[in-house]
Design a protein. Structure first.
Length: 366
């Protein structure tokens, strides 16, 4: 839960510095860590604390113009996650609770305090009447991730966004029944992009071409980010066919040249993996010199991915493969050099990359 600022507040005759997590008009919501290491929420009207509640791990809070406060408290972890949604109304002292099976949910309060919306990582949006809490509508998100809900003051429509209000994000609106009432063209493109799953069974030429075209024609930065991540999440596991790997390289290189900024790290991650696998194929065919040429290119793309961990991990992976290949060719000096470069990466980035087998190989080459 993000704090807006910190403020000195008088509670039980003591002045305490607390985090402000929500405010509107004369109402302010504070959170403090109490003596039992639990978080205590306080609702203040003008300069007076009018209500308080002890919570386990509050994740989000929103307050209406009349002081009605909605809190999402994450109470269970593990295989089953559970959160409590609290509705406090300082005006009449009422306190309503409902339980949802969500991890780290986000909440929104309507301006009048009569309705609330809850979102989670399962892509389901729930809309409730507040007093008493009763479910009146649900909606399945149009694209992946946890959406940020916000009621519009003028009409009680709910805006769902892919990020915080101060971030570049996609957004669309639903009504209290959960029906979509307003969406931009880019969301249609995201829905189409999400239909692609890049793996060993994909038509890589067609799929990458379509995703690249979507990226080019999308103006929204958040939409571009989602499309680039679909490419970056591609799985090359179990791919050993030389022709397929070369097709992937040809088409992802085109995407890489079009992608901008950090999106190029995502395409470079796939290219690094593809060249690594192509090197393995060439080495198995007995083309040792060409195998090392492919692995060199794999490392060049992995360097583009730095400082992300994926880049460090791929560099170590390629050096490891080259070390073992050189050892089999009885080129022990070259083999040792590649293991040493894994150690150098560890020192440079303060990260664990070398395996026990790397250590044993290095010792054997000594």
């Amino acid at each position: 839960m993000r704090a807006i600022r910190r403020e000195s507040v008088r509670i039980e005759e003591e002045q305490t510095n607390l985090a402000v997590v929500a405010e509107i008009n004369q109402w302010v919501v504070f959170v403090e860590l109490n003596r039992d290491n639990k978080q205590q929420l306080h609702i203040q009207e003008d300069d007076t604390i009018v209500d308080s509640l002890v919570l386990k791990e509050p994740r989000d809070v929103d307050i209406a113009a009349d002081g009605t406060t909605v809190i999402a408290d994450w109470v269970e972890y593990g295989a089953q996650t559970e959160a409590e949604i609290h509705v406090l109304n300082p005006s009449d002292g009422s306190h309503h609770i409902t339980t949802v099976e969500l991890s780290s949910p986000l909440v929104a309060n309507s301006h009048c305090g009569d309705y609330l919306a809850v979102t989670g990582y399962n892509q389901v949006v729930r809309i409730y009447r507040s007093d008493p809490i009763s479910l009146i509508g649900t909606h399945t998100a149009l694209f992946g991730g946890r959406l940020v809900p916000q009621f519009e003051r003028a009409n009680d429509l709910i805006t769902l966004a892919s990020g915080q209000p101060d971030e570049a994000n996609l957004r669309y609106q639903i009504d209290k029944a959960g029906s979509v009432v307003n969406k931009v063209d880019d969301i249609e493109k995201i829905q189409y992009a999400n239909s692609f799953k890049l793996d060993k069974d994909s038509d890589w030429k067609s799929d990458i071409s379509e995703l690249t075209k979507l990226y080019q024609t999308t103006t929204d930065e958040a939409a571009k980010n989602i499309i680039a991540n679909i490419v970056g999440d591609a799985s090359l596991s179990y791919l050993t066919d030389e022709s397929t790997i070369e097709t992937i390289i040809t088409n992802v290189v085109t995407a890489h040249d079009i992608f901008k900024n950090d999106h190029q790290k995502l395409s470079a991650k796939i290219l690094s993996d593809a060249y690594y696998r192509l090197g393995k194929v060439r080495h198995k065919q007995g083309y040792y010199s060409d195998a090392h040429k492919q692995w060199k290119t794999a490392k060049e793309y992995a360097t583009v991915v730095l400082p992300w961990y994926d880049g460090k991990d791929m560099l170590a992976k390629v050096h490891r493969k080259q070390a073992r290949a050189y050892k089999r060719q009885n080129e022990y000096k070259e083999a040792r050099s590649h293991i040493e470069q894994i150690f150098e990466l560890e020192d440079e980035y303060n990260v664990q990359l070398a395996s026990d087998s790397d250590e044993r190989l290095y010792d054997s080459l000594s």
